[in-house]
Design a protein around this ligand. Structure first.
Ligand SMILES: [Zn+2]
Length: 137
């Protein structure tokens, strides 16, 4: 379909040759989300434009918004699993702290969680995140 006016009513032209003879189509964009080897492939329906004059293929301004909505849907889907994992990890660190406290109680340098540096910082961050998600320790 050739369109001079996009869905939002604003005239669009090719950013390279400024032609208004631009085809508009919907493409299901598959993209990777995540930086590790566990990155997931997400899909978003994106408006694509193809310039009939110079052949440039480009996405509209709402493409990034469509991709972000796909990311949000994905994150909502994994949210319960992440909350459960966070809570269990918090409990595990708490248990380890209790074991260390008991083990070092009579030692020359007893273990104090609040003086443990990174472990204490991690448990504080976890507690704040659990509470921000509406959970309780
Ligand atoms: Zn063009």
């Amino acid at each position: 379909m050739t369109a001079k006016i996009a869905m939002d009513g604003i005239e669009r032209c090719c950013p390279v040759c400024e032609s208004f003879e631009v085809d508009r189509s919907i493409l299901t964009d598959k993209f990777k989300y995540g930086a590790s080897e566990n990155a997931v492939t997400l899909e978003a329906d994106v408006v694509m434009f193809t310039c009939k004059s110079c052949g440039l293929v480009y996405s509209g301004e709402d493409a990034e918004e469509a991709r972000m909505e796909a990311v949000e849907r994905h994150m909502i889907g994994v949210f319960p699993q992440m909350c459960e994992a966070l809570l269990e990890q918090h409990r595990a660190i708490d248990t380890l702290f209790a074991m260390l406290i008991a083990k070092t109680m009579n030692a020359e340098q007893p273990f104090y969680p609040s003086e443990s540096g990174q472990p204490w910082g991690a448990i504080q961050l976890g507690k704040a995140a659990i509470e921000a998600a509406g959970g309780r320790i």
